[in-house]
Design a protein. Structure first.
Ligand code: F0G
Length: 379
């Protein structure tokens, strides 16, 4: 069986042009000018991977693709927005940037700030961010403060601090973050040659679903795609304010990245849902962990738990017959392939503790071939 097509031997003539980051690739869709300094770590251009196992679970005519955003330079989709937010901060003469974060925003902000020679300041909820993310912010030189409160409290604090001090806020309420993140939708369309029928995405502070929908609409308006996808967002059940319609005071989920009770982009997430004819649903921690393991063990993709929320949602909706019903309702012939894309927002190495908790730890044995062979089932 072949798993990959070998690439042709590298002759200069056949080598594709080097990727230079999302601002360079999508300049005409972004609020930049020749005066904007380009701060990039060559983010974007992440793979869109066909999932055989998920496509088989759904059955024909559904084809499922995974947009693996964990392969961005700091390991999450945040880099798409951060390249723009930091470039614009430098353009406006900023000296320092500030954010509240469940981890990934702070990892990205501190890396791009380091590259731009800006100071970075980060507020995180105490004891509630994954180890990998904390280590990223620290090693990139951010000033990190762990606050005795959740993400929503941290966000309130940084909003107030940004009013009082000459410091640029780089949470997704900064419009340049949304502008950069919309490039994920562009890449999906560029690879598929059209928009998918459904786009599934985890929802926390709700900036990313907002950004994707903005990207699809702009590509549609610009004549690059002929149709728009249905947007399907997923929150964790213990942190699902948009689903319940009420702020969650004490959000709870193992998916720390989306442990958010009062999302900043709540209204624009509702707009993405309603304009696209989609939905925002809740998935349980158990469903998230099942999807997390399925991705690792059948697709070879190690994602962080929050990222698996999109696949957990996919499986839950498929079980309820949602996708077939929706295609029928829209009069789509069921034999045309229907394309589904799940955004996998962050890399599994961000949160190795969760992986170790989910799986039996390795056994320790003496260096004896018989004992080892027996223990691993080789006879
Ligand atoms: N997945 C991951 C891995 C995330 O880090 C986040 C958000 C989301 C999904 C949700 O995206 O907020 O745009 O709806 N993380 C933010 C942070 C809140 O601080 O890193 P969203």
């Amino acid at each position: 069986m072949t798993f990959a097509t070998p690439s042709p031997s590298t002759g200069a003539a056949s080598r594709p042009a080097a990727w230079r980051g999302v601002i360079d690739a999508y300049r005409s869709f972004l609020p930049v000018s020749t005066a904007t300094p380009l701060v990039t770590l060559l983010e974007g251009n992440t793979p869109l991977i066909y999932s055989k196992v998920l496509s088989q679970r759904l059955g024909e005519p559904f084809h499922v693709y995974l947009k693996f955003e964990g392969l961005n330079p700091t390991g999450s989709f945040k880099d798409r927005g951060m390249t723009l937010a930091i470039s614009k901060a430098v353009e406006s003469g900023a000296r320092a940037v500030l954010c509240a974060s469940t981890g990934n925003t702070s990892a990205s902000a501190s890396a791009y700030a380091a590259k731009a020679n800006l100071r970075s300041l980060v507020l995180i909820p105490r004891g509630a961010i994954a180890l990998g993310k904390l280590s990223q912010a620290l090693i990139h030189g951010a000033r990190v403060v762990a606050v005795d409160g959740n993400f929503d409290v941290c966000l309130q604090l940084v909003r107030a601090m940004a009013q009082q001090h000459p410091i640029t806020l780089v949470n997704s309420i900064n419009p340049f973050r949304i502008e950069g993140q919309k490039t994920c939708a562009f890449e999906v369309c560029d690879v598929l040659g059209r928009a998918p029928d459904f786009h599934l995405i985890p929802v926390g502070n709700a900036g990313n679903i907002t950004a994707h929908w903005k990207g699809y609409r702009e590509y549609h308006r610009g004549g690059r795609i002929a149709s728009l996808p249905v947007m399907l967002g997923f929150q964790a059940r213990g942190a699902a304010p948009i689903v319940s319609g009420r702020v969650v005071k004490v959000p709870k989920t193992i998916a720390t990245a989306i442990r958010i009770g009062n999302p900043a982009s709540w209204q624009s997430a509702l707009q993405a849902r309603d304009e696209s004819g989609g939905r925002i649903d809740a998935v349980s921690d158990r469903q998230i962990l099942e999807a997390y393991q399925l991705l690792a063990q059948h697709d070879g993709l190690f994602v962080e738990p929050a990222s698996a929320a999109s696949v957990a949602g996919l499986l839950a909706l498929a079980r309820g017959g949602y996708f077939r019903r929706d295609l029928k309702r829209r009069g789509r012939r069921l034999k045309d392939p229907a394309l589904l894309v799940c955004t996998l927002t962050g890399h599994g190495l961000k949160d190795p503790e969760r992986a170790l908790k989910s799986i039996r730890p390795p056994r320790t044995l003496p260096p004896q071939i018989e004992a080892i062979s027996k223990a691993v089932g080789l006879r």
